[in-house]
Ligand binder design. Sequence first.
Ligand SMILES: [Zn+2]
Length: 339
Amino acid sequence: MKGTVLYGPGDIRFEDRDDPGIQEPTDAILRLAATCVCGSDLWPYRGLQPIDGPTPMGHEYCGVVEEVGSAVKSIKPRQFVVGSFATSDNTCPHCQYGYQSSCIHREFMLRAQAPYLRVPRADGTLVPTPGGTPSRDLVPSLLAASDVLGTGWFAADAANVKPGATVVVVGDGAVGLLGVLSAKQMRAGRIIAMSRHEARQKLAREFGASDIVTERGEEGAARISELTKGIGADSVLECVGTQESMMQAIQSTRPGGYVSYVGVPHGVELDGQKLFFSHVHLHGGPAPVRRFLPMLIDLILNGTINPGKVFDLTLPLDQVAEGYRAMDERRAIKTLLQV
Ligand SMILES: [Zn+2]
């Protein structure tokens, strides 16, 4: 088969690779229905995160089980499944507490921008869709559940979004937009999306944002203060991972409020004094998507949510390099790759 490999900044190649096979008895092999490019793939693509030689790319996936190892019990060939970017046994203490992305057997998925994928710990990592193979039009939304929706949902959950709450979402990438959708599902009273990009503002409104703030950094926090009568928001979702976005999130939160952070941090350092006097709760990290997958799959299958709308560019998998370029240049929010 062919698969996606990053060679260096801006250098994505779709090239021959070995077909994946069962390596451990707990593995499954999937034939993917679709895959996509993640905002976090752009960090190494832009040379902002070093890579150690040619690196196979992709960690978002859904598709049909082709083959399972001898120790796999609940996952069966021909099931349609969705998995997370982090593998999990779903049985260890961390998994039991709902932090499957800190599973003692966690591996971060790679190599998903390809037609076939090996998934370790299949029983704990994969969730089959009830009722068999879903219709094709649901594939983008199920693919979104694999990472960006699960991460946006965790952002809202970790920021303690409650009915009637005032919520701020920092970041208008796919995760931020789906953080808006998630806060709406949790019946937030007011959702303020921070975005200066028209197409993204429109989608934020469609997903449930009541206000848009275009200012950033200190100015952005000042605008939130104005909109909340000097009090600050109850819940702030930080979905970027930069120093500016993190400080903007903390400064936008009321004393006693909650900040979640789900953007992979790059160069973020927190000042102890500022943190001390901010009086906020902080909770974030790699989203335990597996915790939310069964519920998210149900919400998608019963038509309650349509997170697949974040894909505004669809390309055949062999044009993956253009998929990266379009996202890097912000011509696309998120690229879906048809296998
Ligand atoms: Zn575990």
